[in-house]
Design a protein around this ligand. Structure first.
Ligand SMILES: *Cc1c(COP(=O)(O)O)cnc(C)c1O
Length: 465
């Protein structure tokens, strides 16, 4: 492709993007496609000869787009948001175009230095104290795995990587029964094993880990000859938004010499709002590792996950490796690939820079505050509906509810809502009961979008009940 042609299609795609986003409200949120329908429209074999870009783009519009679920739709209330504010998309276009590999300072000095400053901006925005540094990873799953590997290495005197894990006994990691599956998976692949991930019961309106139960579990593990290695706390669990009481947990962890990791992948973004910190962030400043995803609520295009580290050294001791070809000379520089599992890395800091400069922290706070208000307003409207029940109260902008009927009725309503297409929600499980999960957080959502969900829910429920 000639570069003039690239410019032509680049403009075309930018215009297409603006049109797409302006008309998004009219599309069904979840793809209304049948299984296999997209694949069936693609040829079995790759073309031998090159094709023209207009033909490729036409197929993109007619074959691909009808099979997409619209994550940027203002009435996307499922899972958690994967917001992509327009300035962050523009930054991604630039990053894609420059296409640098940012593994070492030397391979991309500006990417490394902007990343360092963005980590520090976010540290400040989230009110974390000075010693914290950090790194941008692709996902919270990767950051959590890095932290779990660090727990393993630290608890084995940094001999696991060298000698393997035979004869190391049982390393134990503690978390609540509300953690995300990425914590289980990190323990699987780190060689800890599911059986050594100890899930402590939760209680209270925030579904917080029971501190006494944690102490008892650690004591009984020590008595059994196991090695307590780490604690994973959550601020804003995926199911119902569970929040641990960070300070008291940290006290236990420090007394037991556990490495601590905090999963705030979703709700960490809301900690840029000072009024939420007293309730949900107190005690955070002692955690060894903290992950939050700017690619969720904050608005930085996926993927972008920030891992803060109180002291980077334990993680560097765990992950840093320096084959001959990666050695650099000269002054001490930060080579972020030494902080993570993958070697190759994208320039993810640029979209944070564009995002924060475009909206300012106040612009981002306004959105989140509105989301929390509107979620509460909708929650009250649903509570007032005859036979409907609020199962878990709003934590930030997430709550769960049930319509009249048993577990099957809940799933039927979720499926019917998503087939209808005006809103998109997902199901969950709470204390053994099926619930309908509702979160507000899409970047462009309005009060009207959120409140209209009440009418959609009653309308669709009326049709199936
Ligand atoms: C989304 C989420 C994760 C996983 O995040 P990825 O970046 O997709 O790996 C982990 N924990 C919580 C609480 C989450 O909300």
């Amino acid at each position: 492709m000639e570069w003039d042609e690239f410019a032509h299609w680049g403009k075309h795609i930018a215009q297409w993007g603006a049109d797409y986003h302006k008309t998004l409200r009219d599309l069904p949120v979840r793809a209304q496609t049948q299984l296999g329908a997209v694949a069936a429209q693609l040829p079995d074999r790759p073309p031998e000869a090159g094709e023209a870009m207009d033909a490729i783009l036409e197929d993109f519009e007619t074959i691909v787009m009808p099979g997409m679920t619209h994550w940027q739709h203002p009435r996307f209330f499922a899972y958690f948001p994967a917001n992509a504010a327009p300035p962050s998309m523009l930054a991604e276009m630039l990053v894609t175009t420059v296409a640098a590999q940012c593994m070492l300072w030397q391979t991309s000095p500006a990417a490394t230095e902007v990343e360092g400053v963005m980590i520090d901006w976010l540290r400040h925005a989230l009110n974390l104290p000075k010693p914290y540094t950090g790194v941008i990873q692709d996902s919270a799953s990767s950051a959590t795995l890095s932290a779990v590997l660090t727990m393993r290495e630290r608890a084995t005197g940094y001999t696991g990587n060298r000698d393997g894990l035979s004869n190391k006994g049982n390393l134990r990691i503690y978390c609540s029964d509300q953690v995300h599956s990425s914590i289980d998976r990190a323990c699987w692949v780190a060689g800890i094993g599911q059986a050594n991930l100890v899930k402590i019961k939760t209680s209270g309106p925030r579904m917080a880990m029971d501190v006494d139960a944690l102490k008892a579990a650690i004591a009984s593990d020590r008595a059994a000859g196991h090695t307590p290695a780490g604690l994973i706390a959550i601020t804003g669990g995926t199911g119902v938004g569970a929040c641990d009481t960070l300070g008291p947990l940290l006290k236990v962890a420090q007394a037991e010499d556990l490495y601590t990791h905090l999963d705030a992948a979703w709700a960490g973004a809301a900690m840029i709002c000072p009024e939420l910190r007293a309730d949900f962030w107190a005690g955070v400043e002692g955690y060894d590792s903290i992950v939050f995803n700017p690619h969720k609520w904050l608005g930085a295009q996926f993927d972008c996950s920030v891992q803060f580290l109180k002291d980077a050294q334990p993680q560097l001791n765990t992950l840093k490796i320096e084959p001959e070809y990666l050695k650099t000379t000269g002054e001490a520089v930060v080579n972020y690939s030494e902080w993570t599992i993958p070697l190759g890395r994208r320039f993810r800091a640029l979209k944070i820079w564009f995002l924060i400069r475009s909206y300012g922290l106040e612009g981002l706070r306004d959105r989140m505050r509105n989301h929390i208000l509107w979620a509460a307003e909708l929650c009250e409207a649903l509570r007032a509906l005859n036979g409907f029940e609020i199962v878990t109260e709003p934590l930030f902008s997430l709550f769960t509810f049930r319509c009249p009927g048993g577990d099957d009725a809940q799933q039927q309503l979720v499926d019917a809502l998503n087939d209808d297409g005006r809103i998109y929600v997902t199901q969950g499980l709470f204390e053994g009961r099926r619930v309908i999960r509702f979160q507000v957080g899409q970047f462009d959502t309005t009060r009207q979008d959120v409140i209209s969900a009440h009418d959609v829910i009653t309308d669709v429920w009326g049709k199936i009940s």
